[in-house]
Design a protein around this ligand. Structure first.
Ligand SMILES: NC(=O)c1ccc[n+]([C@@H]2O[C@H](COP(=O)([O-])OP(=O)(O)OC[C@H]3O[C@@H](n4cnc5c(N)ncnc54)[C@H](OP(=O)(O)O)[C@@H]3O)[C@@H](O)[C@H]2O)c1
Length: 280
């Protein structure tokens, strides 16, 4: 007997991780709604797949009117059994100097958007025999990291939302889970972030590796998955012994600060740690 095919809403489908997810999910999909604000990359994505399986839906997930329209489109086309809240934005730098618009953008796209969209699609998800919401979190949804105060706030929030809704729907057919990549090679990360990751010895995954891990998680029973063994270890350590992690990050702080304002300059104010203390 052939496996049932997913009916999916994937946000942020035109981004680095989104496109890789689209590639691994399309063969398993009866319908894959790909969502983003810019139409051309979504149209290009849809053209790669035959039979109208991939359907572009262009709009801003932080706009309640768009979210309603998307939910209506999904209802009209037979509903969905998998929502992947993957769209997101990130700005790295000094919190004191960050524009309020950038902070608002992160909270709205990374947290408010997934909340609104999940709520709007819940009736459709609950109408299916089984369904899933998978939120794309981050290692930085477990570890507060200098330069990422706004981003961490949004991803910690998304993790709290995931946990609470999973418990609220525990006696229904809808599972709510969290998949958390570590640093990944996409344009979300500025040249300063890439230079900092290199200076600190932080591993970066390819979007394809993230998508393959996601596919395994999709079929697995676990409530969450964190990419990378050191990152998963440190995120657990941070929950149990936060002072240890704080101390490690305190030692890295002068290096991290070097990248706040100068996009790709090497650290000059302090020597690099001799051991890779906390690769994130
Ligand atoms: N890259 C990393 O290092 C990393 C690490 C951990 C977790 N993550 C998470 O992985 C997810 C994907 O990140 P990525 O690296 O693939 O980023 P990316 O390449 O910058 O892609 C982001 C995607 O989100 C869409 N998007 C952003 N704001 C939106 C909005 N308001 N409404 C609709 N779509 C919106 C963008 O499309 P438009 O611009 O067309 O709207 C784009 O398709 C994010 O949730 C991110 O936080 C990334």
């Amino acid at each position: 007997m052939s496996k049932p095919r997913y009916r999916i809403v994937l946000t942020g489908a035109s981004g680095g991780i989104g496109q890789a997810l689209c590639r691994v999910l399309a063969p398993q999909a009866a319908r894959l709604f790909v969502v983003g604000r810019q139409s051309p990359p979504l149209q290009a994505l849809a053209r790669q797949y035959a039979d109208g399986v991939v359907v572009p839906v262009c709009g801003d997930i932080t706009d309640p009117a768009f979210v309603d329209a998307l939910a209506q489109t999904v209802r009209d086309q037979g509903g969905v059994d998998l929502l992947i809240n993957n769209a997101g934005v990130s700005t790295f730098g000094s919190f004191a100097e960050m524009g309020g618009d950038r902070i608002a953008e992160m909270v709205q796209a990374n947290l408010l958007g997934p909340l609104l969209l999940t709520q709007a699609l819940l009736p459709s998800l609950q109408a299916m025999p089984t369904a899933q919401v998978i939120n794309i979190g981050s290692t930085l949804g477990y570890i507060g990291y200098p330069g990422y105060a706004g981003y961490c706030a949004s991803k910690f929030g998304l993790r709290g939302f995931t946990e609470a809704l999973a418990r609220e729907l525990a006696d229904t057919s809808v599972r709510v889970r969290l998949f958390s990549p570590r640093a990944t090679q996409t344009t979300m990360n500025s040249s300063a972030v890439r230079a900092m990751n290199q200076a600190l010895g932080s591993a970066e995954d390819s979007p394809e590796a993230v998508a393959e891990a996601f596919l395994r998680f999709l079929e697995a029973p676990s409530a969450d998955f964190r990419m990378g063994q050191p990152e998963a270890f440190f995120s657990r350590l941070n929950q149990v012994f936060p002072r240890l992690v704080a101390g490690s990050l305190r030692r890295q702080l002068p290096t991290i600060r070097t990248f706040f304002s100068s996009p790709s300059s090497p650290p000059s104010t302090s020597p690099l740690p001799t051991t890779k203390e906390l690769p994130l």
